[in-house]
Design a protein around this ligand. Structure first.
Ligand code: ZN
Length: 212
């Protein structure tokens, strides 16, 4: 599996005009009524507006071009050609099947070939894809493919460990379960020693650095 297409387009719904804030608020009022409560009672009166604003933030990734985030690279690295790893990046996403949170962490590694990028940019790429309706598998691949495409390094490795609230607060109600996904390209895929080194770097941490 090399390419996973971005979410949606096939329905064509994306080409319709984006709903207004008022339309989004009306939809939330409908869901409140569906939950059997009264959208006009005092505690809920401002909820539709708040929810619409939250959605703007939680799904702000659609407005970000992840490729553009990586455009500024540095070539003056004095021949540095070992693994660069940013680990324990907090991930806040939403499952596209239930629209409830996926919370976890992401480790992003790459083996540079001439070019490196500012490390905060790697975290921003993760956020740009996380702040969309997602499945963890696609999120993992999208982050890796973007880094691969722009930096063209010797290899990219993305590992995500996350808990899914659609599993813990509904459905099977299993708490404390995390799902792990990974996408390895280039030297991380082809060279077992390099892959082992990366996984050791991800796993090798001081006590207390694991809390999320
Ligand atoms: Zn779900």
């Amino acid at each position: 599996m090399n390419e996973i297409s971005p979410p949606l387009p096939e329905t064509g719904l994306r080409s319709e005009a984006r709903p207004t804030q008022a339309e989004a608020e009306a939809a939330v009022r409908t869901l409140i009524r569906w939950a059997n409560d009264d959208p006009l009672r005092e505690g809920l009166r401002d909820t539709p507006a708040r929810v619409a604003r939250s959605y703007k933030e939680m799904f702000s990734g659609y407005a970000i071009d992840p490729v553009a985030l990586l455009e500024r690279t540095f070539e003056d690295v004095d021949g540095y050609d070992e693994i660069v790893l940013l680990r324990d990046i907090r991930i806040e996403s939403h499952c596209e099947h239930h629209m409830v949170p996926i919370i976890g962490k992401c480790h992003i590694g790459y083996m540079p070939l001439k070019r490196v990028v500012g490390i905060s940019k790697l975290a921003r790429v993760a956020d740009a894809f996380a702040r969309r309706l997602q499945i963890q598998e696609r999120l993992t691949v999208q982050i890796a493919n973007t880094i691969e495409q722009v930096l063209q390094p010797r290899g990219v490795a993305v590992v995500i460990e996350a808990g899914h609230q659609c599993m813990s607060t509904r459905g099977v109600h299993k708490v404390g379960v995390s799902m792990v996904t990974s996408r390895m390209t280039g030297c991380f895929r082809d060279d077992p020693a390099t892959r082992r080194e990366l996984l050791a770097m991800i796993g090798n941490r001081s006590p207390g650095s694991m809390e999320s």
